[in-house]
Design a protein around this ligand. Structure first.
Ligand SMILES: Cc1ncc(COP(=O)(O)O)c(C=O)c1O
Length: 385
């Protein structure tokens, strides 16, 4: 149902792009200058602007967040047969690139207070793997729905065992942990600028790091790994990728990035109104904001009493042309990853499975009008009362 919602004019979507009239000017200037290939002044400027907005050393803009995860894992040395830890409660794109590398994911449960990677489950897994003398090569730590994972602790645990960290903040540009941006803690960080993200380049992503050499290598690998040649010949000694972001899309990203603070404020405002106006309609629990940071509330998410009420709510909203979805189905529950190892938060508690069963994602786009949000709230009241 949610997938059929794109055409009706009055449909309310989960997180549609929010373009500003100025954005078109940026794209038009790029077209007029003829810099439309994956090279050019807007690409350079977008990278610098992301670096200064996030406080990271350097940025390599890429064609998607998925490409950034794939290239990031490659740069962290992930090879066929390696193990790679990954949050289970996330979109499949966090883990697919592990398989592209020929490695095996091992999924880690979520913490009930943050919905991001569980520290006890991570610690137990690292201890076990160390005893088996088969430590993972890397850990994909996801900052979910605009909330930073507890990255300093995740990094400390992983570094104790020599495990590299891919700080997967595809959904969390602008989220902070004690004032520092999610995405900037790991050996490499990832952002996505897909159409549904807090800012968009239509499709796009970035790898970020304070290790300038790693980002230089990312640029090299993302442009077919072409070796230096004094006469400009095409010479290659490594298999690279065509993963660079187009200058045209980077121009759109520059327009969008100027509004990041405004987009965060709008999404937080939308979340706060849901919380305020739905707090008396039966037992609804909201995705907690971690005590250590500030979430962007990229997605407004809540838990209802049980799966049957959640399903009823999705159905009821969809019938009223309001897109709503369950929280991500955990990856350890996906047919794709059927026999994959998984570590729970506590032996008896599968937190990510519970969050999936009871979790509901509500329309959260920064362009959502007050009237549209009233429609969502009224429809939810009908079903939850
Ligand atoms: C958690 C997460 N990781 C990775 C991605 C992949 O990003 P992209 O769509 O830019 O490839 C997304 C979103 O699309 C995401 O939500």
């Amino acid at each position: 149902m949610a997938d059929d919602m794109r055409s009706p004019k009055d449909a309310i979507l989960l997180s549609p792009p929010d373009l500003d009239p100025d954005d078109a000017g940026y794209v038009q200037d790029a077209i007029s200058s003829n810099w439309i290939a994956p090279v050019g002044p807007d690409l350079d400027a977008f990278e610098q602007e992301i670096a200064s907005a996030t406080g990271v050393g350097d940025v390599c803009a890429l064609s998607s967040g998925t490409a950034a995860i794939h290239l990031g894992l490659k740069l962290l040395g992930v090879k066929p047969g390696d193990r790679v830890l990954c949050s289970s409660l996330t979109f499949v794109a966090s883990a697919n690139p592990i398989r592209y590398c020929g490695a095996e994911p091992v999924f880690i449960d979520a913490d009930p207070h943050t919905w991001c990677m569980s520290l006890p489950a991570l610690e137990r897994t690292l201890e076990k793997m160390s005893q088996e003398q088969r430590l993972p090569r890397a850990c994909v730590a996801v900052s979910l729905y605009g909330q930073s994972a507890d990255l300093p602790k995740i990094c400390e645990l992983c570094r104790n065992y020599g495990v590299k960290i891919l700080d997967e903040a595809a959904e969390a540009l602008g989220a902070t942990h004690q004032g520092r941006m999610a995405g900037t803690f790991g050996d490499l960080g990832v952002y996505s600028f897909n159409g549904n993200k807090i800012i968009t380049t239509s499709g796009g992503g970035a790898l970020v790091s304070n290790d300038l050499q790693l980002i230089e290598k990312a640029r090299f690998m993302a442009t077919q790994a072409r070796d230096d040649s004094s006469i400009g010949a095409y010479e290659h000694s490594t298999a690279g990728y065509n993963y660079r972001m187009s200058n045209l899309l980077a121009a759109l990203g520059r327009g969008q990035l100027r509004r990041l603070d405004d987009r965060i404020a709008k999404r937080r405002f939308i979340y706060e109104r849901y919380e305020r106006e739905l707090s008396e309609v039966g037992p609804v629990q909201w995705m907690p904001e971690a005590s250590y940071g500030r979430a962007t509330r990229w997605m407004s998410c809540c838990l209802v009493e049980n799966q049957s009420i959640r399903d009823k709510a999705v159905h009821h909203l969809n019938e009223r042309r309001i897109e709503a979805r369950p929280v991500w189905k955990p990856l350890h529950r996906q047919p794709l990853f059927q026999s994959t190892q998984y570590e729970r938060h506590q032996t008896e508690t599968d937190v990510s499975a519970m969050l999936f069963e009871r979790g509901l994602c509500l329309p959260s786009g920064s362009g959502l009008t007050a009237g549209q949000q009233t429609r969502v709230i009224e429809a939810l009241r009908e079903v939850l009362a």
